[in-house]
Design a binder for this molecule. Structure first.
Ligand code: ADP
Ligand code: MG
Length: 441
């Protein structure tokens, strides 16, 4: 993409309304724009990041055996009456009346809708287990939407729903999601820690929030420092195998959100130098709830003995849009964003230091063409801005690589490459620079 032809409304100054760094940087880099409280447009640069995050989430869901589908944003109130949640949900639910006076709503989550679909399609235990997911916008009329898309009213969520015959089966489905989440967040360049979370009236130990540590996080969390060093299972993970030992490894140390925190246990189980009390961002939440919806909604299958049994269910959410902000909170410096390679909106920033100079233009065009042909996304600054402003903008945007091309270097047959994360610079021939980048990307 040529910057001269792009739509990138960057801001020179910090916007007043932004309280946290990710919100400030997303506005300054022209990623998002507020349309009303807690509701945002994703401008081209932000949209690219959102799509990349979504794709990684999708790949890891698919790898674990979950099946993608798409449910609508607008739902009928009827199914929420069946589950008994229509009144309970209160003011967070955006209620809509259509022209026939039918009560509708903008879905805040999809347990009811998926349970209805499943109930009407599946009759036998032979069709279990299944895990169905979609990536769809949700609406929750939060009292205090804040921090930009971190806590929005409209936000993009991946939500998966598992259906099993037995509690043991449901536990296995839960474990698969647990592992898929570890892998997803690691691929996004994040260190996430699964923490015991509140299960509400159902009880049990089967709810975890996946937390990314950040000073600006909304959740207070307590954990053993050792957990930060763990790494997720590799992509050769066998989802058909028993995953219990992996889950045990990840849950053997103390980690709890404020609601589940037990100071006595914390002190007894964690050595004082390992005790960590920190702020965190909830990026995912997995939950086993048994027959909470299948029972009242009559989602039953015939078991091997011919008897009807209510299906055992769990739901599994990832805040896809929130992740864009969480990644920035975890990866930035005073000059701007530092995108992990996996989600960077473009992999390379190509900076022409003297647009209009024949030799410089030619060298840039050549590199631009070659990189694009090699399948590498390039944002090419071909404008006639001054060099200092170009450097500042590209540092702000935080693309992983910068290639800097100017007449002075070209006289020596050289251009410069810079790694945004480390600031490390190197002068190379254009051919060597191209090779270096192709080899590392
Ligand atoms: N208002 C919001 N804005 C952005 N992301 C959200 C919002 N609410 C929830 N999410 C994301 O969706 C995931 C699943 O939501 P869920 O656990 O049902 O929400 P909550 O924890 O608010 O009850 C959360 O882990 C979070 O990453
Ligand atoms: Mg939650």
């Amino acid at each position: 993409m040529r910057l001269s032809q792009y739509f990138l409304p960057t801001l020179r100054d910090d916007p007043n309304e932004a309280e946290i760094v990710s919100h400030r940087l997303m506005l300054r880099t022209g990623m998002i724009r507020q349309s009303s409280a807690g509701i945002y447009s994703w401008l081209p640069l932000g949209h690219r990041v959102l799509r990349k995050i979504e794709q990684i989430v999708r790949e890891e869901q698919d790898r674990s055996g979950a099946i993608e589908m798409l449910m609508p944003t607008i739902q009928s109130a009827d199914i929420w009456r069946e589950s008994g949640r229509y009144e309970d949900y209160g003011k967070e639910m955006l209620r809509i009346t259509d022209r026939h006076e039918r009560e509708m709503l903008y879905g805040p989550t999809n347990e009811e809708l998926i349970t209805e679909i499943f109930r009407d399609s599946v009759k036998s235990y032979r069709d279990l287990p299944r895990n169905l997911y979609h990536i769809q916008w949700k609406f929750r009329d939060e009292i205090r939407p804040r921090f930009g898309i971190m806590r929005g009213r409209e936000f993009l969520m991946k939500d998966a729903y598992s259906f099993d015959l037995t509690e043991q089966g449901a536990r296995e489905s839960y474990n698969k999601m647990f592992v898929a989440y570890l892998r997803t967040f690691e691929r996004l360049g994040l260190k996430s820690i699964p923490m015991a979370a509140d299960t509400g009236p159902i009880g049990g130990d089967l709810s975890h929030e996946f937390i990314v540590l950040a000073e600006t996080g909304e959740s207070q969390v307590f954990c053993d420092r050792d957990l930060i060093e763990r790494s997720a299972p590799g992509e050769d993970i066998d989802y058909s195998a028993d995953l219990t030992s992996i889950i045990e490894d990840w849950t053997d140390k103390y980690a709890a959100t404020e609601e589940k925190h037990d100071p006595k246990r914390f002190e007894a189980e964690v050595a004082s130098e390992s005790r960590m009390s920190a702020r965190g961002i909830e990026v995912g939440h997995i939950f086993y709830f048994g027959t909470k919806y299948s029972e009242p909604m009559n989602c039953k299958v015939q078991g091997p003995d011919g008897k009807l049994v209510a299906v055992q269910c769990g739901s599994y959410g990832i805040g896809v849009s929130r992740l864009a902000a969480a990644i920035i909170e975890a990866s930035h410096d005073e000059d701007g964003i530092i995108w992990p390679d996996s989600v960077a909106p473009y992999r390379v920033a190509l900076i022409n230091l003297k647009a209009g100079d024949e030799e410089t233009d030619a060298a840039c065009e050549d590199l631009y063409g070659k990189l694009e042909n090699a399948g590498i996304d390039v944002l090419y600054d071909d404008t006639d801005e001054r060099a200092g402003a170009k450097f500042a903008t590209m540092d702000l945007l935080g693309l992983p690589w910068q290639i800097i091309v100017g007449p002075r270097g070209l006289k020596q047959g050289e251009i410069e490459i810079k790694r945004r994360a480390t600031g490390e610079r190197q002068s190379l021939t254009p051919e060597a620079a191209f090779k270096r980048i192709v080899d590392t990307v």
